[in-house]
Design a protein around this ligand. Sequence first.
Ligand code: ATP
Ligand code: MG
Length: 357
Amino acid sequence: MAERTYDIAVIAGDGIGKEVMPEGIRVLEAATRRYGFTLKQKWHEFANCDYYARHGRMMPENWKEEIGRPAAIFFGAVGWPDIVPDHISLWGSLLQLRREYDQYVNLRPVRLMEGVPCPLAGRKPGDIDFWVVRENTEGEYSSVGGRMFEGTDREMVLQETIMTRKGVDRILKFAFELAQKRPRKLLTSATKSNGIAITMPYWDERVEAMAKAYPDVGWNKFHIDILTANFVLKPQIFDVVVGSNLFGDILSDLGPACTGTIGIAPSGNINPGGEHPSLFEPVHGSAPDIAGKNVANPIGQIWSAAMMLEYLGETEAAAGIMTAVETVLKQPALRTRDLGGSASTQACGKSIADALS
Ligand code: ATP
Ligand code: MG
């Protein structure tokens, strides 16, 4: 670590993943030159649908050995539904990585940038700047349950929510620590303890207990119904928002949707202990409708690169990338088509790399 050298696994994936990844790498390489650290890239030609077409699976059996122990995984997008149904491509790659590497945090910034049209009326850059932290391994997304009395008039289904002390506490700890690093130091918890009478009161109880360990962090809780309304009506009141798997899933899509195009939103799938590598990827998918046309917005991939550097401790480089992104977004001619411009994927990536140099 003394030489600030980081091994990263690079998986471009499918569709526009193959186009935005080289731009993410272009900007990362510019950052290494400017900020004096080294990235050792190992590219993997699996976890894509061409690999599936040749081998009948998304990743080789020994994928873990192939990936080894990188400091992080830099991921593009996976899926090409003409060749492989989405549930197979996703489960055979990204979701398997998340599970095997116990990436129990899904982290997404919600930040309004100049040059990005905001669907919320009257909002300016600076008004919206918060993080959504989603629990990624348990909660409502369990497969415990089933159907009973099928075909009779007593037919019923039930599905359990599972919350463990370990699972709840570790996500709350991550969220409180993130809030502690922010100027406002405010944590908001998503709950529904007025309707979900067993698991959600437990969640609230754990938030209250965890808060005692972070006396410098303020906290509040909102029921998920009013919380989602406030994402739209009063986004300026949030700093770090934490939710269970289901609530976090909804909030982590709603948040970026409130700040404009899907083409710029990044995400981290994080294993905070560092026992396993964390994975950074744009929120968008492989977008077959625009793939191969050199029009995809590379900023989601580039912002994911900034998140990865932040995670690796290269804070200055991460901030430098974000400043370069902001500089480019301010100039209409440098924007891609989804933002009303006509710059190509490559031209946009190159402008950001140049702004960084
Ligand atoms: P997922 O693969 O996550 O299920 P999806 O396949 O439904 O998502 P995306 O691939 O994210 O969706 O694409 C949704 C829409 O957004 C498409 O019309 C696509 O063209 C557009 N889009 C996605 N990413 C970008 C981008 N980087 N730049 C411009 N448009 C994009
Ligand atoms: Mg898709």
